[in-house]
Design a protein around this ligand. Structure first.
Ligand SMILES: Nc1ncnc2c1ncn2[C@@H]1O[C@H](COP(=O)(O)OP(=O)(O)OP(=O)(O)O)[C@@H](O)[C@H]1O
Length: 778
């Protein structure tokens, strides 16, 4: 066991002490170093930099040696590139650049271009003024890239997108900033493209559905408004956009200079200088053409009282409105087409006043609305057949005189009712295969009563009641518009008579146009804003696809053709019968001759035999050159003997008999055939309509009514075939002796305004209306 001595212990102690001192010194050193590091964070960086530079130099040399060894390798790198390659992000940039260059190179390649063209966004043909572009789903790149491509769609952007793709896969590097910017642009563009596509879908051109087309018309500032010191708060820009400015209240000194505005955009907006013709040709002309093709069309004016609805729809004598121009246009078009078909025009005119429906062409008791297969109809309404624009004008004039108007504070001749003029055009034409095509188009022209505030009109009881009813129906109209826009299943058409009547125009298969009339005055700011709001909303209403109401009636053969054929066959038959009797007579004669020759072959008998018919009696003195005389009664044959002649005769008779029998048989069969044909044809003649009548639409399912030589309407509502001769309804008969309608229910009509008697329809050379405004706004 080892034993430690004192000297050993002291030596160990000494060693331990010295170890301790060294360690203390080291910790002190470390502390000093640490303290220094904290004090100077860049300490040692120079050394590190130097080391890195050395390493770089070494690598550079090594790569130079490598390149020298293999001179055919890649071209000399860009010095700039060389300087930056040490950093990973720089690596990324260079790779992006390279890929960009590669993309550029690839795009120069025609093959590549062909492939890429499928992925880029093509520009579609222009629609109107704007270029319509369509979004395409790109098969390869992710969504962001697709947006980028959509946003610019050039060669460069492909480079950016590929670069961005690398950045996301490798590292989130700097180029993403650029990408994000482009993505935002792309997103906006995508939205634009989508909205364009929607516009295309909603427009009349594309898609199965079309939407209501909304136009705005600004009327000029009225004299009254100018006198009241009002300012113009509406500005129309680009023939489409309407800027509405709200001026601050004059008493509100703090906000006197403050302007608030709203912007609306429509299919077209008409400034106050627009003529009636311009309004008509932009809004309604197309609809009139479509009506002639068998489609339904509706035009209605909406707006506050005094905003110019009646001016737009009816106009004046000097400036006729949409109704007049449409009727004129309709008849002009009909005249141009008259060579290839028959047209019939039927007309009705009604008003909705205080939630009751009145026939304006035959005023009487209120009418009741009924819904049938054709839609909602006013039962018992008068339908007139019109043959010229003048006749329609006369009827319109008469109807307008019966229409309810009242002077209100806002308008001297304010329409207190909604007026609906319906023109139905029936067109019959024969197609190439001589089938009859029957088209029925309906044009509804609607002048609504003005939406109004009670204060704007009047406080009197009747006026406020009228106003309440007008507002009620317009409110119902707004609810229907809302429900239609929101795509609700239930549309509250039944809330008012107006909406019931407009059901077809709003939610049916109909080309519908809404003209929103507005006043420029800041005094009517609220009403104008309201009108613009609803008009803007109505733009979103989609109507059903409008198809032509068309019937195709196949006609087999006309009755005259059949009769002709029958006569021909009968004639032929008669001739055949005559031929047969002749042949039979001949046979009988021959038989008699042969018998006579057999009994007594004398010259007398020859004379007898030679005169078989009565015609030949005059020629009996003449020598005959028949086969009988030639062969049998020459001097030589007499020598041969009578028996031979008889033999010959018998043979001839036999041959003739055979031929006669054959002919008889033939004729009998021919006669039988023709008898059969005549029988079939006479049967057809008895029931001509049962053969081959094919009706292409539902209209065929309706029970047929007797047609008194006129075009028959599928609606069954045209009960007045005689021109201008009015068919009287039940209500007309019951109210035939009632007092003047102008005072009916105490309401005033337009006949109050015009005292002249109504001109007879044919006497009216000029269209127009007796809507005179003594103190009209100027
Ligand atoms: N575009 C226009 N150019 C010239 N005058 C106009 C125009 N629009 C309207 N007016 C005039 O403004 C006045 C009011 O117009 P109108 O009677 O047509 O209004 P309204 O909307 O039908 O009113 P209400 O709903 O009360 O019947 C009329 O005197 C009319 O001549």
């Amino acid at each position: 066991m080892p034993v430690s001595t004192r000297s050993q212990i002291s030596c160990q102690e000494e060693q331990q002490r010295s170890r301790c001192r060294r360690s203390n010194e080291e910790t002190q050193m470390n502390n000093v170093t640490n303290n220094f590091t904290l004090r100077n964070p860049h300490h040692g960086l120079k050394e590190k930099m130097r080391a890195l530079t050395l390493l770089y130099e070494q690598q550079k040399k090594a790569s130079a040696i490598l390149r020298n060894n293999n001179p055919s390798s890649s071209p000399k790198p860009d010095p700039q590139e060389k300087r930056l390659t040490s950093h990973p992000s720089v690596d990324l940039l260079t790779s992006c650049k390279r890929s960009e260059r590669k993309d550029e190179k690839e795009q120069k390649d025609p093959k590549f271009n062909n492939v890429m063209r499928e992925n880029t966004v093509p520009t579609l043909p222009t629609m109107g003024n704007s270029t319509v572009t369509r979004t395409y789903v790109l098969p390869q790149p992710p969504l962001d890239d697709a947006k980028e491509n959509l946003s610019i769609g050039t060669d460069r952007i492909l480079g950016f997108s590929s670069c961005a793709r690398k950045a996301t896969t490798m590292e989130k590097a700097k180029p993403t900033v650029v990408v994000r910017k482009l993505s935002m642009v792309g997103a906006r563009n995508v939205q634009e493209l989508e909205s364009n596509a929607n516009t295309e879908k909603n427009g009349r051109v594309g898609g199965n559905e079309s939407r209501i087309h909304v136009f705005v018309r600004l009327r000029p500032m009225a004299k009254k408004e100018k006198e009241a010191g009002s300012r113009c708060c509406v500005k129309i820009v680009n023939k489409k956009d309407v800027y509405l400015t709200e001026f601050a209240n004059e008493n509100d000194y703090l906000r006197l200079k403050r302007l608030r505005g709203r912007h609306f955009s429509f299919d077209a907006s008409f400034p106050d200088s627009t003529t009636q013709h311009e309004v008509y040709s932009t809004t309604t002309a197309e609809l009139v053409e479509a009506v002639l093709q068998g489609q339904n069309g509706s035009v209605f004016c909406y707006g506050a009282t005094g905003a110019g609805k009646t001016y737009t729809m009816l106009g004046t004598l000097e400036n006729p409105g949409v109704m007049v121009l449409a009727i004129k246009d309709l008849f002009t078009n009909i005249r141009h087409r008259s060579f290839d078909g028959n047209h019939a025009v039927h007309l009705s005119y009604l008003e909705v006043y205080n939630e009751t429906i009145r026939d304006l062409l035959s005023p009487g008791r209120p009418l009741v609305l009924r819904e049938d297969k054709q839609g909602i109809v006013a039962a018992g309404i008068t339908q007139y057949s019109a043959y010229s624009a003048d006749e329609v004008m006369a009827l319109l004039q008469r109807g307008n005189q019966n229409r309810t108007t009242e002077p209100t504070r806002a308008n001297e001749t304010s329409s207190r009712s909604h007026a609906i003029l319906q023109v139905v055009v029936e067109y019959q034409v024969k197609d190439a295969s001589m089938n009859i095509i029957n088209r029925v188009g309906k044009l509804s022209l609607i002048d609504l009563a003005g939406s109004e505030r009670a204060l704007a009109t009047d406080q009197r009881t009747l006026r406020s009641l009228e106003g309440a009813n007008i507002n009620r129906s317009l409110l119902a109209l707004s609810s229907c518009i809302n429900a239609l826009v929101e795509g609700k299943k239930h549309i509250p058409y039944r809330n008012s008579k107006l909406t019931q009547l407009l059901k077809d125009s709003l939610g049916g298969a109909c080309n519908t146009v809404m003209i929103a009339n507005i006043s420029p005055s800041n005094l009517s700011f609220g009403e104008t804003q309201n009108t613009l709001h609803w008009a803007h909303r109505a733009k979103e209403i989609e109507t059903k696809a409008c198809e032509a109401n068309e019937e195709v009636i196949e006609v087999p053969e006309t009755g005259t053709d059949q009769a002709k054929l029958l006569l021909e066959l009968q004639k032929e038959n008669r001739e055949l019968r005559v031929q047969l009797t002749c042949q039979q007579q001949k046979l009988v004669t021959l038989q008699a001759q042969s018998l006579a020759a057999y009994a007594s072959p004398t010259p007398s008998s020859v004379t007898y035999l030679a005169t078989p018919s009565t015609v030949q009696t005059q020629e009996k003195c003449k020598p005959r050159s028949t086969f009988l005389t030639r062969n049998c009664f020459t001097p030589e044959s007499r020598k041969r003997g009578a028996e031979e002649a008889v033999k010959e005769l018998r043979l001839t008779v036999k041959a003739l008999e055979l031929e006669m029998a054959r002919m008889k048989k033939e004729h009998a069969s021919q006669l039988k055939q023709k008898d059969d044909i005549i029988h079939v044809l006479s049967k057809k003649k008895e029931k001509p309509t049962e053969v081959g009548v094919k009706v292409a639409t539902k209209a065929s399912l309706r029970p047929k009514e007797p047609n008194h030589g006129e075009l028959k309407s599928p609606s069954h509502r045209f009960r007045s075939p005689v021109p201008t001769a009015k068919k009287r309804s039940f209500w007309d008969i019951t109210t035939a002796n009632s007092p003047s309608v102008t005072t009916l229910n105490g309401r005033k009509t337009r006949s109050h305004i015009v005292s002249e008697p109504v001109a007879a329809p044919s006497m009216l050379p000029q269209p127009g209306f007796a809507r005179q405004r003594p103190n009209a706004l100027k």
